[in-house]
Design a protein around this ligand. Structure first.
Ligand code: UD1
Length: 417
């Protein structure tokens, strides 16, 4: 298994370009199952979760061409299988996104209950209740969810909790339904709004996306998709924090500053200089950071996917910081690893209290989930001495060429087999 070795203490300098958004491409790939023909998708990041979704699509009978630059062509005319096996689904929770499209297209789906990051129980009950409201029969058997429906019928669905993939799944289920579906307390994440735009371009009739009430008027068929994935806001946030924690000066290209407003505000508050343009952000820090208080929330709040990285930053900020995780119940697994680098963090339920220290020291570390792993890379970049991070397959799930991009910024980072 690969490891990443980092010799910390180098302020990052230079330019880095952001890749296409992982959490946007995964629903779009699932969405191709609703079409019959050649879908073209560009701006695709080459990360492991994308490969997993491609392999799933192939299992269902789609033909996926080799990458041409960052574009994929996916022919879904031959889709005829509706079984998603455990070995693929268990590695990625977002695999459950194929349920809505499979049920809408083939009237059946058999999908293993998902795995993914171990950051909480993460049930999919709201997805399943939604499919039932649209007329499907759902059964659980030996770890697999069996769904059957003749044809989805529009319905009014209220999500008890804001769920990102739940909203995407139900939206995809409803586009080919008979009549109108209303999704209330929907997610407003840019990835959900983008999916609605992509569906509308293909002939769907969706309104209200970007607000918490989404209306979908069913249509009889969709055209194949032709779209370009927008830049990843979590990758962007991770590089912004990397610049801040190392006392660096980094210009981040191909990004949407609007998508990271809560982070921009917090970084400015703790003493980091940020200049934003239309598609670029420059982040400068002299390494003197103040403490802060954050609470994770659904979009447009502070994203849970940047909580671990922000915590790494606060370990070296002056004073006491408080971080409340309100989206997931078990998302502090990075705390134990950060403590091994000298960080002073105590946890009480969903709240972490961080007392800033002078500096972290390098240590052997273990990646536990995707974003926690990113926080360890950031901490190691700032730490004195060498850190060796194992289980980096978590990082490969969602960050394209992270060590290459960090090296370009001057980081002493390498991957060892
Ligand atoms: C998505 C993102 C993930 C991000 C998360 C929150 C993708 C592929 N992944 O995950 O990176 O961390 O949003 O921004 O886009 N819940 C239920 N029942 C359900 C569904 C969700 O109780 O049926 C709960 C979850 O356990 C969690 C909360 O709702 O506590 C939010 O989860 P959700 O928005 O569904 O996360 P994902 O869509 O899996």
């Amino acid at each position: 298994m690969d490891k990443i070795v980092i010799e910390g203490g180098v302020p990052l300098q230079g330019q880095v370009e952001i890749s296409g958004a992982k959490n946007a491409i995964l629903p779009v790939l699932a969405c191709t199952l609703l079409t019959s023909g050649k879908n073209k998708i560009c701006g695709v990041p080459r990360v492991r979760d994308v490969n997993t979704m491609i392999r799933l699509l192939e299992k269902f009978g789609a033909v996926v061409d080799e990458f041409k630059d960052d574009c994929l062509v996916i022919d879904t005319s031959g889709v005829n299988n509706f079984r998603a096996p455990y070995d693929l689904v268990s590695t990625m929770r977002a695999s459950c996104l194929v349920m809505g499209p499979l049920l809408a297209r083939l009237g059946q789906s058999v999908v293993s209950l998902p795995g993914g990051c171990a950051i909480g129980a993460r049930p999919i009950d709201l997805h399943l209740k939604g499919f039932e409201a649209l007329g499907a029969t759902i059964d659980l058997e030996k770890g697999y969810v069996h769904g059957v429906v003749k044809k989805f019928r529009g319905a009014s669905i209220y999500f008890d909790t804001v769920t990102v993939t739940g909203t995407a799944n139900l939206m995809m289920a409803a586009v080919l339904a008979e009549g109108e579906t209303v999704l209330e307390n929907s997610a407003r994440e840019p990835e959900v709004t983008f999916l609605a735009d992509v569906l509308n371009q293909a002939g769907a009739k969706i309104t209200g996306h970007g607000t918490d009430v989404i209306r979908i008027k069913g249509v009889s068929a969709l055209n194949p998709l032709d779209c370009k994935i927008f830049p990843d806001r979590i990758e962007l946030g991770t590089y912004m924090i990397a610049a801040a924690i190392t006392g660096g000066d980094v210009e981040i290209l191909n990004c949407n500053p609007q998508h990271v407003q809560p982070l921009v505000r917090k970084l400015r508050q703790v003493g980091v200089q940020i200049e934003t343009e239309q598609e670029n952000i420059r982040v400068k820090s002299n390494g003197c950071l103040r403490s802060a208080e954050i609470q994770t929330l659904p979009y447009p709040g502070f994203p849970t996917d940047l909580q671990a990285q922000f915590m790494a930053l606060m370990t070296v900020a002056k004073g006491q910081s408080i971080i409340r995780e309100t989206v997931f119940e078990n998302r502090f697994m990075h705390v134990a690893e950060l403590r091994r680098m000298g960080a002073d963090i105590s946890v009480d339920g969903h709240t972490a209290i961080i007392s800033g220290i002078e500096g972290l020291s390098g240590a052997p570390l273990m990646a536990t989930d995707l974003r926690a792993s990113a926080s360890l890379v950031l901490a190691a970049l700032a730490a004195k001495g060498e850190s060796v991070i194992s289980r980096v397959y978590h990082i490969d799930r969602g960050y394209e060429m992270m060590e290459k991009k960090m090296s370009q910024l001057g980081a002493k980072i390498r991957r060892v087999k």
